[in-house]
Design a protein around this ligand. Structure first.
Ligand SMILES: NC(=O)c1ccc[n+]([C@@H]2O[C@H](COP(=O)([O-])OP(=O)(O)OC[C@H]3O[C@@H](n4cnc5c(N)ncnc54)[C@H](O)[C@@H]3O)[C@@H](O)[C@H]2O)c1
Length: 356
């Protein structure tokens, strides 16, 4: 079928499962897009009363549920957004797909190879569209990096170093981030953003080596991976253990033949190009999230790339165009690489006990 046959022109109904930190952001992004994209939230589920009520207040009359499965039993929306703790992703996504719903699911899409295979098989059987919240693919600064890499604007890329530094992730529902079985540790929760972006830009790595450290509990809280992508090397660090006094800091430094490009999410301007002849400038970025939404009154710059990725998902559904930016198979491939890195991290820690 062509794009036009796949396009959806009527109103799209949406349900949101999980309305904590990330679900709250999805909820506002959907509200901000509701007029332009003709979408309406019909149901929200969260097992914490205060999160459910806060999310539901945005959509008067929305149906409310205490669990995601209860919602899926009773509602048949066109789209389901899954913003649950990661260990609950796969079951809910399979259930939603089997109901014929298109799914937007947060990263990491799942936590094991078996779950990844089940998700892909269910998608093949149902034919629904699934996008994964690998949001770095929607950051204007990272999109700029990918564009100048592909166009060779500053010659060939020689190396790229990425970092993502966070305080201990102790804010989740029942402290689920701090349980490796539930979050996949810093590797599958935080570092997956950078490994996913590196795969998106450079393809699969030829090889990698890992160094890692853990909390006293054994939970891995730091990973530094050294990758080789043909003649380009990359290093990416994910750290869940900086002082709470340090702001969350994503960054990269890309060395091209003719320029060095440096991004630091805590700085303004965040992205600077340092050309070899000494010229320094902040490139103009293509952002669709810089204004106030006139209808909802929501400040889109607070939602940033989360708004951008959800808008892209809805645009693909509306137009019937292929979902290229972060489709399910890409989310699963990033989990598979993350699982290999997690295994290597465990091995590293086992071999360097004094560090563990
Ligand atoms: N893309 C990003 O940048 C980004 C950032 C943060 C988190 N995430 C991802 O988003 C997901 C959610 O993370 P979070 O920070 O919002 O976690 P959270 O703990 O703040 O929110 C999860 C919510 O799910 C609810 N919940 C738990 N079990 C439920 C069930 N069975 N039915 C209904 N509700 C249930 C909890 O009450 C909670 O409100 C995770 O997969 C995480 O990795 C992505």
């Amino acid at each position: 079928m062509g794009e036009r046959e796949n396009a959806i022109t009527r109103k799209l109904t949406v349900a949101l499962i999980g309305c904590g930190g990330m679900g709250g952001t999805h909820n506002l992004a959907l509200k901000a897009l509701s007029d332009e994209m003709d979408v309406e939230m019909i149901a929200i589920a969260d097992c914490r009363e205060e999160c459910l009520e806060k999310g539901a207040a945005v959509w008067p009359g929305v149906h409310k549920y205490g669990t995601g499965m209860e919602l899926l039993e009773n509602e048949s929306p066109d789209i389901v957004h899954i913003c649950l703790p990661s260990y609950l992703h796969a079951d809910h996504a399979v259930r939603a797909m089997k109901k014929g719903c298109h799914v937007f699911i947060e990263k990491p899409v799942c936590l094991s190879k078996e779950e990844g295979e089940l998700l892909l098989q269910t998608q093949r059987e149902t034919g629904v569209k699934v996008m994964v919240g690998q949001v770095v693919r929607s950051f204007a600064e990272y999109r700029y990096l990918k564009e100048i890499y592909e166009k060779q604007t500053y010659g060939k890329l020689k190396s790229v170093v990425m970092q993502r530094l966070s305080r201990k992730a102790a804010w989740g529902f029942e402290n689920w981030f701090m349980d490796e079985e539930k979050s996949g540790s810093v590797v599958l929760d935080l570092h997956i953003h950078d490994l996913d972006f590196l795969r998106y830009m450079l393809g699969e790595p030829d090889s990698f080596t890992v160094k890692a450290a853990s909390f006293d509990t054994g939970l891995i809280n730091q990973v530094i991976t050294d990758y080789q992508f043909k003649d380009i090397f990359a290093v990416a660090e994910g750290l869940w253990d900086v002082s709470p006094a340090v702001a969350f800091e994503p960054s990269f430094r890309a060395s091209f033949e003719e320029a060095t490009v440096i991004y630091n999410g805590t700085k303004d301007p965040a992205l600077l190009v340092y050309e070899k002849d000494g010229k320094v400038f902040a490139p103009e970025l293509k952002k669709d999230d810089q204004m106030q939404d006139a209808v909802s009154g929501i400040n889109l710059s607070d939602l940033g790339p989360y708004y951008t990725e959800i808008r892209y998902f809805l645009e693909c559904l509306r137009s019937g165009k292929e979902m290229r930016r972060a489709p399910l198979e890409e989310g699963v491939k990033s989990v598979l690489l993350g699982l290999e890195e997690l295994e290597a991290a465990r091995e590293y820690i086992k071999g360097h006990k004094s560090n563990g």
